[in-house]
Design a protein around this ligand. Sequence first.
Ligand code: PEP
Ligand code: MG
Length: 539
Amino acid sequence: MKSVKAKAVYKGIALGRIYVLRKNDYTVKRTKIDNPEEEIKRMHQAKEMASGQLQNLYEKAVKEVGESSAAIFEVHQMMLEDDDYVESIENIIRTQQVNAEYAVAVTGDNFSEMFACMDDEYMQARSADVKDISERIVRCLFGGEEQSTDFDEPVIIVADDLAPSETVSLDKEKILAFVTVHGSTNSHTAILARTMNIPALIGAEMDLEELHSGMEALVDGFKGVFLLEPSEEVKADATKAMEKEKEKQALLHQLKGKENVTKSGKKIKLFANIGSISDLGYALENDAGGVGLFRSEFLYIGKDALPSEEEQFRIYKQAAQNMAGKKVIIRTLDIGADKQADYLQLGKEENPALGYRAIRICLTKTDIFKTQLRALYRAAAYGNISIMYPMIISTEEVEQIKKISAEVKKELAEENVPYKDVEEGIMIETPAAVMISDELAKMVDFFSIGTNDLTQYTLAIDRQNENLDLFYNPHHKAILKMIQIATDNAHKEGKWIGICGELGADPELTETFVNMGIDELSVAPSSILKLRKIIRELP
Ligand code: PEP
Ligand code: MG
């Protein structure tokens, strides 16, 4: 039995077999070769192998997500056969007498750059695809098979680190827990684990090379330990602890249907944060009063291309219908920083958290923004949708948003497409927004405080940096004062205010928030009934 200490980002216990997700780090080196024709043959064999992998992926995707979503693998297969692409690789091998890995990687980079510079948006999007297929051929040249994440039974995922795009593409039904060597408590991967009700540990100091898939393990999110090959006694204790936890949950579930009201009659709304429509089940199961934050950017990451208007419309409509009249606040695309989509080609930045993200992308790539707004206004006709804009720093941004949304609604009306006007609010997650919240409150219907970013920007602490978790203190007086300022300014204008950052679920602050006059807390579904219990016990 081996015990590893770690930080828990979601408290829960899981017992099962591990699956080690290894990142293949293939570093391509340029080496001289003697026989170019042999090297070209090797490249063609790898290309065949890549094509076979893509065929399998296509067939699997057709079954699971339908033909239109699977089509990308067909496109990749066709790109593999493109004469110009193959000729370029062969030329580099022949003329420079270099290895196939290098020739494929260089061709991939050149073609990707060429596509990125084209005017046509469809062709620009192919830039990420050509990189993807080149990486696949290189992997095959190294003899590497793609690691399958299609497990037969639910497993504990063990990895060095997980990007949000990797986390969203895993099948939640097949995951018992996450354990990673790196990662920060405030990263979106940690937030996703909490939303999905999955026990998760980060910062587990261990050497992945010593582990192999199939080993038995215990994840204890209460104690912050990861135990490998636990003894029978430890397993029996864990099973008992899981049963106790279940009983506790059952008791909490008796609070379903009850009000979130203090003994003296103060009320507060408890809504759910979700990352996809598959989380709606958790929201309803835990009696959420609505959805306070639907992080729509997860529709954009972990895939090869932008989601179309129709695809988004279907998802937002389903969210509105499933919540049956309850409010569903959908946040517009908040991509950038740790949430990346390669096909958008946003480029590397020195300071991504202070960079090109969220509303800054929407206000400059207005086609992407307008497509999302069209889908949202159309879906609003099917339920109670509100729209929320992230990362606001100025009144000018809100004016620009209003101008664009007015254009979108005008276009829908002219096309006779049914749509509905909705309540629209902004996130208060920058110190600038707090300082001008008196003016902003006059312009919008509501505020929702994003304490994750507000803490990052106020304390000048990168929320992604695991070494700074110790300093990242959302209880800092500066944060609490800012929340009070924004609350008072919202109320002066008769607008409501909520908190949708992780701090909203902090039981130590529930009383403070109720006393401050916060109208709504939007939290991971699993926190709703725990908070209801605390609120009902408050004086
Ligand atoms: C926040 O910043 O608090 C927030 C809710 O948004 P995200 O965590 O997605 O940045
Ligand atoms: Mg944020």
